[in-house]
Design a binder for this molecule. Structure first.
Ligand SMILES: *[C@@H]1O[C@H](CO)[C@@H](O)[C@H](O)[C@H]1NC(C)=O
Ligand SMILES: *[C@@H]1O[C@H](CO)[C@@H](O)[C@H](O)[C@H]1NC(C)=O
Ligand SMILES: *[C@@H]1O[C@H](CO)[C@@H](O)[C@H](O)[C@H]1NC(C)=O
Ligand SMILES: *[C@@H]1O[C@H](CO)[C@@H](O)[C@H](O)[C@H]1NC(C)=O
Ligand SMILES: *[C@@H]1O[C@H](CO)[C@@H](O)[C@H](O)[C@H]1NC(C)=O
Ligand SMILES: *[C@@H]1O[C@H](CO)[C@@H](O)[C@H](O)[C@H]1NC(C)=O
Ligand SMILES: *[C@@H]1O[C@H](CO)[C@@H](O)[C@H](O)[C@H]1NC(C)=O
Ligand SMILES: *[C@@H]1O[C@H](CO)[C@@H](O)[C@H](O)[C@H]1NC(C)=O
Ligand SMILES: *[C@@H]1O[C@H](CO)[C@@H](O)[C@H](O)[C@H]1NC(C)=O
Length: 669
């Protein structure tokens, strides 16, 4: 660090001298800071082809429109099969001048880096530019995703990570929620009490052609891949990017509200004492001089780091480790060492698909290792492909699949390690239930719903979980829910997105009637399981081993009976006493009952559920009697039977006024 400071001082002196010589040209435009580019050489065009002509026309059109469109512009060039589609996106806080300069630079830069590739994307600090022969407008592209980590240690990691997660979430929500046509861009500055650093700066941005849902999906993926435990991190993907640092890397006064901005002060890659003096110096020193300084810094840092990097793909950005998100395959010996040879001491569970072990990788990362039982019937190549697809599903309410390991007959999945066990461990244990107060339970319901929504609606893979249950909801250190075991049907090679299967993989008590009896599954069978889970979370009782109360044989009938009698609050777990929001509880019960309707069309989609949980102005329909109930004193083997007089219930009107449940205000808590 001393060397570092000395070097900075030296450079500053140098700067002062250079500055005095150069000040008249201070207005000269700064070259954008290159970060990364990607252009797979698997699809190329031949030189002097129509493709090339169209690509070049596209670039010139983008570049001549660089100061238009609020930092975003999309265009096409050519007709028919040789068309090229292109767009650029500038960082939301930059002025049109800076944006224009970056786009112009990119349009000249990219043909040199990607002379004949048909698809390309290039990132700078200031902008990204992208083109392809396929339409790329209004659709999410998460790959290729590049992770950059400012690898200096951060002290007070736990607290830092907490603040980071909360702040990043807010930033992402704000960016995704921007109204149509506006920039999907947000920044935050969080004054926080962690170690010696006092402020966290975050940024989230999507291309504004995405819908809010798509933007949110992309940002969730991006946040899921952000490096943590370091001082700064970014994720770049074609459709969105997120970044955090402990120094201001954007023009704070430029947003919000978002007026045009002058060039932002680029900041040093190191935090510490330099933090306060930097912005002042930068404000004085001309941008061109800053870029010289950066060149020096970059060289120095690169030299310092080059020796100890192996997964580094390209590094022209000071102080950053750059990795692509693709090294999913782990070595068998690594996993053996991590789990101490799959020792019993490290065994943390046994699921339907195999045994689960805790492990620690050489870089100290904790992992959960699922050793799949033999004979999945899936070839190695297919297995690999499916894992890669499923690993791309990243959401903070899903347990992250980090990779896999293949060795002979062994097939192993590697997950992030989630410390707090699973939901059933807390929910159904009278001694631990108390840790789940109402606001926690409400957050659990919301988080689980968002996780399932992501599985269902992700455009590339529609995943039906098929085995949602309390023991498949893991809890992280802050009791955030993370759904596990998704995509298993795919990985085992038995997936269709909708259809009939002989192999029922669910758990009795959570399975929808049509799935349990006919093997028919769809997103609506997951909705059913979610409904059961919601009622369990509210009542603290297991549907499959329900204690007979009030003449009801199972939790669902019991919940329905209370609802019908106008006393839904009695369903609540007694440990909650009076600490709950009546409106929230009633709404959740209503959602739960709607989700377990026999008629698939009467069950809401997860999108509706999430919307309903977020917005109090959405009015829900009234549930009817859930016609199927599970008679499952013993949780295995028995088939569900049809409830009595199911037709009678269908025309039944609400036992109490609809106004009672269309809630418009939040209860103060
Ligand atoms: C594509 O790139 C890879 C790695 O850079 C190289 O090995 C390969 O030869 C290239 N293929 C073509 C067709 O240029
Ligand atoms: C492409 O066109 C240029 C100028 O028209 C010519 O000099 C060059 O040889 C051509 N290249 C190929 C591969 O045809
Ligand atoms: C800007 O974009 C428009 C629409 O794509 C295009 O017609 C125009 O040529 C572009 N501007 C320039 C100067 O090329
Ligand atoms: C830009 O993208 C929108 C969709 O987001 C599309 O409707 C429009 O045609 C595109 N503009 C051009 C010039 O291709
Ligand atoms: C894009 O180019 C590739 C390679 O030439 C081709 O296989 C693909 O069909 C093209 N896509 C479209 C939409 O034209
Ligand atoms: C970062 O922290 C880890 C553990 O706290 C320590 O082993 C490592 O040496 C530290 N690295 C630096 C560069 O300070
Ligand atoms: C989303 O934006 C609308 C108005 O644009 C605002 O009323 C609402 O509170 C925002 N929601 C969130 C979660 O920020
Ligand atoms: C900040 O943290 C320190 C200990 O880390 C504590 O003593 C101090 O009271 C905290 N300040 C605030 C405002 O929370
Ligand atoms: C930031 O943006 C504001 C508003 O556009 C501008 O007045 C200010 O000079 C900018 N600050 C810096 C340091 O670029």
């Amino acid at each position: 660090m001393d060397i570092f400071k000395a070097l900075i001082n030296l450079l500053l002196c140098l700067l002062a001298i250079v500055l005095s010589l150069l000040s008249p040209v201070a207005e000269a435009q700064q070259q954008p800071t290159y970060l990364f580019h990607s252009c797979p050489n698997t699809t190329t065009f031949s030189r002097n082809s129509t493709y090339q002509a169209n690509r070049d026309a596209l670039l010139s059109s983008l570049s001549s429109n660089g100061s238009r469109g609020d930092g975003f512009y999309n265009t096409t060039s050519g007709r028919g099969s040789d068309s090229m589609y292109g767009l650029f996106l500038c960082r939301g806080d930059l002025s049109t001048n800076v944006c224009q300069a970056c786009v112009t630079f990119a349009a000249g830069d990219i043909p040199q880096r990607c002379p004949v590739e048909i698809t390309a994307v290039i990132w700078y600090d200031e902008c990204l530019l992208r083109y392809s022969n396929q339409s790329i407008f209004s659709s999410v592209a998460e790959a290729p995703a590049i992770v950059l980590a400012n690898t200096q240690n951060i002290t007070g990691q736990d607290r830092f990570n907490q603040i980071l997660q909360a702040t990043m979430d807010d930033t992402a929500t704000e960016a995704a929620n921007a109204s149509a046509g506006a920039k999907k861009f947000a920044i935050r500055q969080e004054e926080a009490n962690f170690s010696s650093f006092r402020t966290l700066y975050t940024l989230a941005q999507c291309t504004p052609d995405l819908s809010s849902t798509d933007c949110d999906r992309c940002l969730q993926f991006a946040m899921g891949n952000l490096p943590i435990g370091v001082q700064g991190g970014r994720l770049l993907s074609p459709s969105c990017n997120v970044r955090y640092e402990i120094y201001p890397f954007y023009n704070q006064t430029a947003v919000p509200p978002p007026p045009p901005a002058t060039p932002p002060p680029p900041a040093p890659a190191s935090g510490g004492n330099g933090r306060r003096t930097w912005p002042i110096i930068v404000a004085i020193v001309a941008p061109i001089v800053v870029s010289i300084l950066f060149l020096f810094l970059a060289c120095w840092l690169l030299r310092r780091r080059a020796s100890k990097k192996d997964d580094l793909v390209q590094a022209e950005s000071a102080g950053y480790d750059i990795t692509t998100v693709d090294s999913l395959q782990y070595d068998f010996t690594t996993i053996e060492t991590a789990t101490d040879n799959f020792s019993d001491a490290n065994k943390i569970g046994e699921g339907g698909f195999g045994e689960v072990y805790k492990g620690i990788l050489p870089n100290k990362q904790e992992i959960a290792v699922k050793r799949l039982s033999r004979g999945s019937g899936q070839g190695a190549e297919e297995f690999k492909n499916e894992v890669i697809l499923v690993a791309k599903l990243q959401h903070r309410n899903l347990v992250r699949l980090l990779g896999f390991c293949l060795e002979g007959e062994e097939k192993i999945l590697i997950y992030e390690y989630v410390p707090n066990k699973s939901l059933d461990y807390f929910l159904f244990d009278p001694a631990k239930q108390e840790q789940l107060d109402w606001s926690r339970r409400y957050k659990l319901i919301g988080g689980i719903a968002r996780g399932i929504l992501y599985l269902h609606e992700d455009s590339r893979l529609r995943i039906i979980h098929r085995d949602l249950k309390a023991s498949n909801v893991l809890l992280d250190g802050d009791m955030n829910p993370k759904i596990s075991d998704f995509g298993m049907a795919r990985i085992f090679g038995v997936d269709q997105t909708q259809g009939t299967t002989r192999r029922v993989v669910g758990t009795y008590g959570y399975m929808s009637p049509e799935y349990a009896m006919h093997g028919q599954f769809s997103v609506k069978s997951d909705v059913y399981s979610f409904g059961v889970l919601v009622l369990e979370i509210i009542s603290g009782q297991k549907n499959s081993s329900f204690y007979e109360t009030d003449g009801a044989q199972d939790l669902i009938s019991y919940a329905w009976k209370l609802w019908k009698d106008g006393r839904p609050l009695e369903l609540l777990n007694p440990v909650l006493r009076d600490n709950y929001s009546r409106n929230e509880v009633i709404r959740c019960i209503q959602i739960g009952l709607l989700c377990v309707q026999e008629d698939l069309t009467e069950r809401p989609t997860m999108a509706t559920v999430v919307l309903t949980l977020n917005s109090y102005s959405v009015t829900l329909s009234m549930p009817k009697e859930p016609a199927f109930v599970f008679h499952s004193r013993s949780s295995e083997g028995r088939m569900p039977y049809k409830g009595l007089e199911s037709d009678k219930s269908t025309s039944q009107s609400a036992p109490w006024s609809i106004n009672d449940v269309s809630i418009t205000e939040l209860d103060p808590r």
